[in-house]
Design a protein around this ligand. Sequence first.
Ligand code: ATP
Ligand code: MG
Ligand code: MG
Ligand code: MG
Length: 347
Amino acid sequence: KKINLGIVFGGQSGEHEVSRASACNVIEVIDKEKYDITLIGITKDGDWKVYTGDYKNIKDGSWEQDTDKIHADFSIFHDPIIQDVDVFFPVLHGPMGEDGTIQGLFELMNKPYVGCGVLASAAGMDKVASKMLFESAGIPVGPYVYFKRKDWEKDPDSIIDDIAGRGFPVFIKPSNMGSSVGISKAHNKEEFIDGVNEALRYDNKIVVEGFLNAREIECAVLEENGEIKAAIPGEVVASKEFYDYEAKYSDDQDSKIVIPAQISDALLEKIREYAIKAFEVIDGSSLSRVDFFVTRATYNIYINEINTMPGFTNISMYPKMWENMGISYAELVEKLIQGASVKRVNN
Ligand code: ATP
Ligand code: MG
Ligand code: MG
Ligand code: MG
């Protein structure tokens, strides 16, 4: 009997479109002799829909118009199609997908799933929580402060003065997000205020980081049979002032990825070591991509963040780093599905 693999795509976050692209590429390489695929789309409004049409309609979102191939309005816990799934692959990025919420659902359903568990997903998605964990593990973190929406509403001036006192430019980020959604760079107080308002559209918690004049080096981590491995890191060279949403995904932008990153072997090894530490300290499993900065003048390494479900199209950094290590995209997908598990130990 074939294994029933549930591919979950879309989602409610600002990374809905990225998820659809990742999911299409994943489905393409799945061994159809071995797996029956159940396509489960989550709309931007958060509705779950089983889709029985052609998976190629997922990428541009047109599957949602294919209404006679859609099964909707069901209870996740009682629907036989959902309950028949043997293993889930949530190809979802950002809040409500990469942040422990859906992972908690799979735990409650007692179904194995690809990716990190509840704690690692939640801790990895929250930039403030993960920075604190990284610091506790002795991984260098750049200068940052954070505040809540209520702090901003109560007394914005003291926050503005504090940031101005530390010096511009700064990066303003929603604590929970991805794909650079809601992130901006501010060079002065006015831009800072705009940046905070933008970030507050996505989260109640805001992190402000000192600008680092640095190269961006990323490291892929994969857990295989209980062993945690780090790939040789790659570098992203953004086509714009920073690696924003457009630089990441627009075809006409020429952001580049360079694998291996052209830095010394000693730096590459140090980054691999930190990547594994970061994965371990958030309680990671399955996979993650750990992002670093290496300062241009001084070659200091700082961890930026961890992504527990990194961009997963066939040209994304994460699979490309494994390709460089001799693991093809199809092999990587198969390894992840084979390693899927329920993370809680019951009884
Ligand atoms: P991802 O898509 O990798 O999940 P994200 O939305 O979590 O991204 P970050 O990786 O934190 O966002 O930041 C997005 C980009 O902004 C970085 O790739 C980098 O180009 C730039 N950036 C972020 N923080 C800093 C900083 N402190 N100094 C300089 N550049 C920064
Ligand atoms: Mg991220
Ligand atoms: Mg991300
Ligand atoms: Mg990043």
